[in-house]
Design a protein around this ligand. Structure first.
Ligand code: HEC
Length: 145
């Protein structure tokens, strides 16, 4: 029994070790590891929209958290387990769906891309007028060039 408990403890440790450190990590583990292994959750990559509906689905299955905690978990999953989108080659639709850009932001980006050629770095992206800095930060890991 003692060995079994130790083994379970060790497994839990490795599961949490693979997760990026962030203030939302604890909430994520608390909310999402009761019914299935956390690895099962983080082996997939989804857009924010899709994560939001997955978390909603899990809440309807019995996952427990306050509204704030639900928001934290969606933000954590979006930031670290989002779907990669190439900002230079993606279509307007892919940018809107994958990175949650508003239509006006997609338009600003495509115009910039068309007029000036490929965007090379994240810093260049943040200088484009009309893009939301908070959104860009949230999607930073998911943006490819
Ligand atoms: C109350 C139990 C419960 C909790 C808590 C829970 N889930 Fe689930 N989750 C399930 C069940 C049941 C399934 C399997 C559904 C199926 O097989 O169709 C599942 C499946 C999933 C899948 C699909 C995995 C796959 O292999 O297809 C993802 C992703 C997922 N959960 C994410 C989450 C996230 C994110 C959280 C935390 C917000 C969470 N789950 C918390 C019950 C739960």
């Amino acid at each position: 029994m003692r060995i079994l408990l130790l083994a379970i403890f060790a497994l839990t440790l490795t599961a949490q070790d693979i997760l990026p450190e962030a203030k939302e990590k604890e909430t994520f583990v608390k909310m999402c590891s009761n019914c299935h292994a956390i690895e099962r959750v983080v082996k997939v990559r989804f857009s924010k929209k899709f994560w939001a509906s997955t978390v909603d689905d899990m809440v309807s299955r019995g996952a427990e958290g306050t509204e704030e905690e639900v928001e934290s978990v969606i933000n954590y999953l979006t930031r670290y387990f989002g779907k990669p989108v190439n900002i230079n080659t993606a279509t307007a639709k892919q940018i809107e769906a994958g990175l949650s850009f508003k239509p006006a932001e997609v338009e600003a980006l495509i115009k910039h891309r068309t007029d000036n050629g490929p965007i090379k770095t994240f810093e260049d992206l943040t200088k484009i007028a009309g893009l939301n800095a908070k959104l860009l930060d949230e999607q930073k890991n998911n943006i490819q060039f």
